[in-house]
Design a protein around this ligand. Structure first.
Ligand SMILES: Nc1ncnc2c1ncn2[C@@H]1O[C@H](COP(=O)(O)OP(=O)(O)OP(=O)(O)O)[C@@H](O)[C@H]1O
Ligand SMILES: Nc1ncnc2c1ncn2[C@@H]1O[C@H](COP(=O)(O)OP(=O)(O)OP(=O)(O)O)[C@@H](O)[C@H]1O
Ligand SMILES: [Mg+2]
Ligand SMILES: [Mg+2]
Lengths: 265, 265
């Protein structure tokens, strides 16, 4: 099972949109995918058409060990399972702050299903706190959605440092695999400049043993497409909402590129 | 002095862009404006062309009472002063957690300058934590930038509840004055639907005594304009960077609409 944490502490960069639509595309390719909503905002849960208030057992109950992962995941689409979030998750970080091994609870919880799925994809909240650390401890790969704007680069270094720390102290298998440029405005020069900045930055890490030494910018950029923002209001993936739009096209390519990358490693 | 807190716990909705350019427009109208960077990300500070690492006395030092507000504000443009942020702000919330009156430290700190400025505008981090609470305790008005997307509405209720709590327990003068729709895509139907949803929601509060009973959606929408994202990479306001673009036009109207609203109340 490939385990991918989708994270960026910056808000509104496309994490949830990326998790929903990449997972849906992989499921559409016949692969078994389970997604985890680790965000107290529960946007992944809402995006897939569920109501967080109606969820009795969520990622919160799994983290506090009141429920078991393999019993609470729900089949939400063909080949696509979800561990939803509910409002209780808001309190998770402070409640778990003094629990021994508080960063590896999720990793433990998913062990029973290691052979049952092809992909596990985790949607992280916009922070580098305990929920995100649980995602990083549980995953093998990190996918970073990034808006190609100047201010977006400011937090990028800190994000990579956090992954590096988890790699060195908790999870030696953790690697940043990919950077996904989202909300890419093809007509402007700024996105290409920012992309060049990121490429230089990644270049300088090649051949070292840091956690992002092999990170690549994915060849597909997610273009700005209002359909991607409309789909969640119907509780639909982009493929259900408007399967011929640019958003669907781009996320199909992202899924294919992630899947083929896995075959070569 | 009119005191405006610009907040939304959702990330990347346009808070900093709104603070910089509305303040710059007001300063350009000849008004004396002081802006406060309360975000550990220090984006307001960076956007105005300063380096947070070079800042010795920031909003952090004012909150921990190591420095005085009136001594640390810097004149950064004609009529425009800044209390910058530096990296120390990252630790502020946990350091101040057990200080008595921890939410009203900023309010106390700005009292000496009450008569020296026309406007105080506070840039808040994307959270409803102690830094944002200090902004809400210090301000009289709240301006909420909002991206007109479905998922953006999910957190809106919680934001208003927080303002209501501060109004009832700490700052009875605090009111939500305006909602500013940002990154408005004029060609799509979703933004107008979301705008209608917000209008209905605000309607239902009219005539009550809650903190948003008089809140209005500003008549100007900030259109998506890549120039607004390019300006910070040069450390410039939109008026310095490209004063005839849509971004400059929209923020000029926002400043005029805020200023004229103040004359009637
Ligand atoms: N390529 C795109 N084009 C247009 N709108 C988009 C695109 N990607 C995402 N959006 C919209 O932008 C908003 C932010 O996206 P999303 O919720 O996926 O970001 P996020 O990083 O998960 O945010 P958060 O940090 O709050 O969890 C949402 O309303 C979403 O529908
Ligand atoms: N109208 C607009 N058109 C295009 N880009 C914009 C617009 N408004 C803001 N941006 C860009 O979008 C990004 C997010 O905006 P901004 O930093 O102002 O949001 P924020 O709410 O302050 O974010 P944070 O929650 O991280 O503090 C920035 O890169 C900014 O330059
Ligand atoms: Mg999200
Ligand atoms: Mg900001």
């Amino acid at each position: 099972m490939r385990k991918i944490a989708v994270l960026n502490q910056k808000g509104g960069v496309g994490k949830t949109t990326t998790v929903v639509n990449t997972a849906a595309a992989l499921a559409g390719m016949g692969l078994k995918v389970v997604v985890i909503d680790l965000d107290p905002q529960a946007h992944l849960t809402i995006h897939l058409g569920l109501e967080p208030q109606a969820i009795r057992a969520s990622s919160y109950e799994v983290l506090t060990k009141e429920a078991r992962f393999e019993e609470e995941i729900m089949l939400v689409r063909p080949n696509l399972w979800l561990l939803p979030a509910n409002i209780n998750l808001v309190g998770a970080e402070s409640e778990l702050v003094s629990v021994v091994g508080r960063e590896t609870i999720l990793r433990e919880a998913i062990e029973p299903v290691e052979d049952q799925f092809d992909y596990l994809v985790i949607d992280c909240p916009p922070s580098l706190g305990l929920l995100t650390l649980n995602a990083l401890a549980a995953a093998d790969e990190v996918l970073i959605p990034l808006q190609p704007h100047f201010l977006a680069l400011q937090g990028f270094g800190k994000l990579l440092q956090t992954v590096e720390l988890v790699n060195k102290r908790i999870n030696p298998r953790l690697k940043v695999q990919g950077i996904l440029l989202c909300m890419f405005d093809t007509r402007a020069s700024l996105p290409s400049e920012v992309r060049a900045d990121i490429e230089h930055f990644l270049e300088s890490a090649r051949g070292t043993n840091c956690a992002w030494a092999q990170a690549q910018i994915l060849p597909t950029f997610i273009r700005r497409n209002i359909k991607l923002a409309e789909a969640p209001s119907y509780g639909q993936t982009i493929f259900e909402y408007e399967r011929n739009c640019h958003g669907a096209e781009d996320y199909t390519k992202v899924a294919e590129s992630i899947h083929s990358q896995g075959q070569t490693t």
